[in-house]
Ligand binder design. Structure first.
Ligand code: UT7
Length: 339
């Protein structure tokens, strides 16, 4: 059935996290750091990691598994079954399989009729995925889209690098996006700047392997996360307010119309600085960073899920959301909550 020109709404949301709680004190046993530095510079107190200890079975420590848990909670809230899902988009930088993990999730939840693929845009993944999913719904191609943001960055952290290992956590968040008579995605803006790519990487490093004389192929592996924290900080504080203002302009709204500022959860100081630049009061900032750290593509849906389930976000509220990170990529979307 075609639904040309249909609007889009979030009909359900869910999340899941790693089950191993690692607080700042525990990290100070691993690297030279302390709770005071981490708390004041980032706002992070603890993070949830997927515990791999003794887990020979990938299913209990896999990205697909925590993503499937989040997806099932979102489907339950939307009151649809997995077989109603037309499309699954998994936004991640840490799939279980480099060929993609969306199909693994499809199999886990039994979404037999869905087409599934991965989308990579690092910490901007959820916002990029939201806009991508919206195109399929608005053109009438699909009616129910499951969008999942999930990352297990703990797999790729250099646990001897105190400047990065204190920042990240593992998690997954999912939303069911549905064709809706009223459009709840009011405006968006997506951006990339590859000239700053070297600020934040999880890069492949080639190690030539000789096949026969004069012919070699790369057979290296992925390195740990590297980040120029100061540059990324500067970029986020400068670019995020700009992109939110553009998305608000497209939505025909003003900053004073915003009820909730929901940013990628990277650093409390970034959230405070962006709110200040937009002249939004601190009580409009949604933050759960203290508890989960930076969960990359999962951070926005994870924070949204908590705020919705706590009854903080109410039907009709305007949410300005923005993701930013490696690429560099950044983007914003303006949503009105509810159907
Ligand atoms: O999700 C993708 C997007 N990522 C981000 O948005 C991250 C953006 N960047 C940031 O959030 C911040 O830059 C960080 C939290 C990563 C770092 O904060 P900062 O205030 O920019 O610190 P810095 O890198 O300038 O380091 C200041 C000092 C350095 O020591 P010296 O050179 O001044 O002696 C670091 O060696 O803090 C030291 N330091 C630490 N000390 C204790 C760095 N990491 C730690 C640590 N514990 N964990």
């Amino acid at each position: 059935m075609k639904h040309i020109g249909a609007g889009i709404a979030i009909a359900g949301i869910g999340s899941a996290t790693g089950n191993l709680i690692v607080d700042n004190h525990l990290l100070s046993q691993i690297v030279e750091t302390n709770d005071e530095w981490i708390s004041t510079r980032t706002g992070i107190k603890e993070r949830r990691l997927v515990n791999s200890d003794g887990c020979a079975d990938l299913a209990v420590s896999s990205l697909a598994e925590i993503a499937a848990q989040a997806a099932q909670a979102a489907l339950a809230m939307a009151e649809i079954s997995a077989t109603d899902v037309d499309l699954i988009i998994l936004t991640t930088s840490t799939p279980d399989d480099l060929f993609g993990s969306a199909c693994q999730i499809q199999a886990l939840i039994g979404a037999k009729g869905a087409v599934a693929f991965d989308l990579t845009a690092a910490c901007s993944g959820f916002v990029f995925g939201l806009v991508t999913a919206a195109q399929f719904i608005r053109t009438g191609v699909y009616r129910n889209v499951l969008l999942i943001g999930a990352d297990i960055l703990s797999r790729w952290v250099d646990w001897s690098d105190r400047s990065t290992c204190v920042l990240f956590g593992d998690g997954a968040g999912a939303v069911v996006l549905q064709a809706n008579s009223v459009d709840r995605l009011l405006g968006f803006e997506l951006r990339s700047d590859g000239s700053q790519n070297n600020c934040l990487n999880l890069a492949y490093k080639s190690q030539p392997k000789s096949l026969v004389k004069d012919i070699a192929v790369g057979s290296g592996g992925y390195q740990s996360i590297t980040m120029n924290g100061r540059e990324v900080y500067r970029f986020a504080v400068a670019k995020v307010p700009e992109v939110i203002e553009k998305a608000l302009y497209r939505a025909n709204l003003l900053t004073e119309d915003v009820d909730w500022l929901l940013l990628h959860q990277a650093n409390q100081r970034i959230m405070d600085a962006v709110a200040q630049r937009l002249k939004l009061p601190p009580e409009k900032i949604i933050s759960n960073l203290a508890k989960y750290g930076n969960t990359s593509a999962a951070s926005i849906p994870l924070a949204l899920d908590e705020a919705v389930r706590a009854g903080k976000i109410q039907s009709g509220d305007i949410i300005a959301t923005s993701g930013f990170g490696a690429g560099l990529t950044w983007g914003a979307a303006i949503l009105r909550w509810g159907k």
